[in-house]
Design a protein around this ligand. Sequence first.
Ligand SMILES: Nc1ncnc2c1ncn2[C@@H]1O[C@H](COP(=O)(O)OP(=O)(O)OP(=O)(O)O)[C@@H](O)[C@H]1O
Ligand SMILES: [Mg+2]
Length: 263
Amino acid sequence: MDRLRLPPELTAKLKTDGRLPAKNRAWLDKREKQLVANWNQEVRDDKTRREREKWLKASVWSGQRPISFKFDRWNPDLQDNRKLASDVGNRAWTIAKRIIVGEEFNVCLTGEPGTGKTSLALAIADKVWAEADKPYLFISTMRLVGMFSERFDDPTVGDRLNQLQGLAKQAPVLIIDDFGTEAGMKEQGYYKPVRKDMQEWLYAVADARYDEWANAHRGSTIVTTNNTSGDLVQMYNPKLISRLITKRKDNVIDFDGLEDMRG
Ligand SMILES: Nc1ncnc2c1ncn2[C@@H]1O[C@H](COP(=O)(O)OP(=O)(O)OP(=O)(O)O)[C@@H](O)[C@H]1O
Ligand SMILES: [Mg+2]
């Protein structure tokens, strides 16, 4: 905290008789209030920064480092179907606004690889965090399934999964990225079910985020996927899919018709 930095003559006066003329007292009060306000703001900013770091660190990213994307980077001109890209961006923006004003619901971003689903999921989460102070947890399902395989060789991974599950249950915004990819490719027209331990882990998360009695969601869960809900019920228990994948038109963004930006 900044020191009061009184002019030397005032310091001298305080030292001699401890009293100040009214004019100086008012100045001193004002300065003190300002310093306290600044200090409170610093404490708040520091808390926000630490909170942000906590969630980013707890998140499970597909690469080595966290990724981020903001709405101002969404550029419809990159797509041949500019209007569709612009509509998709606007729909994501509307969803962010609804979460900001306090709605809680599931969101599904579905479409082909490279069309911008993960980017817009992050843009929604970033805006909600900035404007409503609600943090998000990001989970790459490919990395998650990797952790389930690793946990038998490395006990710390098991601890990490437990800790992650606790946070996933309570995160104000949860992104489940690339859901369904972990099932692998279709074999003879069908997907193989995803490993049981991971299904149970995800079911406990989805169940905690849904209040059966009140028929209401706790927090918002954003799922990005290349699969249809028909594919997903081959991979997962239908009870999990019902809790996680929304069918409500307002909450689904279909990226069909957009091109692969990685191509
Ligand atoms: N409209 C856009 N404006 C700016 N960048 C875009 C746009 N669409 C896609 N990108 C960029 O293209 C790359 C691929 O996008 P992203 O990872 O969001 O796709 P995805 O749909 O999640 O793909 P996948 O299904 O393979 O996970 C990213 O670097 C992303 O930032
Ligand atoms: Mg993606």
